[in-house]
Design a protein around this ligand. Structure first.
Ligand code: FMN
Length: 230
């Protein structure tokens, strides 16, 4: 029986479809820029996210300027080379072959920041867990990511960046935390599975392995389980 507060079946299907077909997109961006009204809907989805004490700490920088994107891309290349150097053997080869950003191909990038020092919300919920300000911004990012999928817009998260360098490039003040650097745009399609799964970098963990009841289950090592092809 359907709860009277539940969405219709069609609406629920649409929500779960957005969740299951959302992908991190690094390739296949189309050059046509997103119209302002669409970008605004996505930002509004982000801005509607839950936030601790309703502090609404998320801030957004829309980056369309090619010169700025080129500078950020340069920062990515440097961080990515450093990351590559930490791998050896087959992992090194595999890492080198991965496409991990679409900074220049996507006509707009979005830096999502958190004003974790804001007094909005009067510290409600943050006294024992101050990190919840950043968590709130991550909720905003996920809202945007799902809304973008429903709109047919690809989003790719680039964390292979030195935050200090990003701060300099985008003039981010010290008290503001850069949480995500996103590549956004129309795409030629969405991969059916995570690219990191298709390329053999990592596998999805079965749900039952990560769920326990009434207390944390220590006897299953998830890292070992992954190695044994669970
Ligand atoms: C916090 C965070 C940082 C990420 N950073 C990167 C990144 O720098 N480069 C990249 O290619 N993907 C990045 N991703 C995307 C993940 O690789 C991706 O979510 C994961 O492989 C699962 O694929 P899916 O999002 O398509 O389901 C990041 C995702 C998250 C949540």
């Amino acid at each position: 029986m359907k709860d009277r507060n539940a969405f219709s079946q069609q609406e629920r299907d649409a929500v779960y479809r957005a969740i299951s077909t959302r992908r991190d997109v690094r390739r296949g961006f189309l050059p046509k820029p997103l119209p302002d009204d669409l970008l605004n809907r996505l930002l509004n989805a982000a801005h509607s996210a839950p936030s601790v004490g309703f502090m609404q700490p998320s801030r957004f920088i829309i980056i369309r300027d090619l010169a700025v994107r080129q500078t950020v891309h340069g920062a990515f290349l440097q961080a990515n080379n450093q990351a590559l150097a930490t791998y050896t053997g087959d992992r090194h080869e595999q890492y080198a072959s991965l496409k991990l950003e679409g900074i220049l191909e996507s006509p707009q990038n979005l830096c999502v920041l958190s004003d974790a020092q804001s007094q909005r919300g009067h510290r409600l919920g943050r006294q024992t867990m101050p990190e919840t300000a950043i968590y709130s911004t991550v909720c905003a990012i996920q809202n945007l990511w799902l809304a973008a999928r429903a709109e047919g817009v690809g989003v790719g998260w680039v964390s292979i960046l030195d935050p200090a360098r990003l701060r300099k490039i985008l003039h981010i003040p010290e008290e503001i935390v850069p949480v995500a650097y996103l590549c956004l745009g129309y795409v030629d399609g969405f991969s059916p599975e995570p690219e990191l799964e298709l390329t053999g970098w990592e596998k999805r963990i079965p749900l039952e392995v990560v769920v326990s009841h009434d207390m944390y289950c220590e006897h299953r090592s998830i890292d070992n389980a992954a190695d044994k092809d669970v």
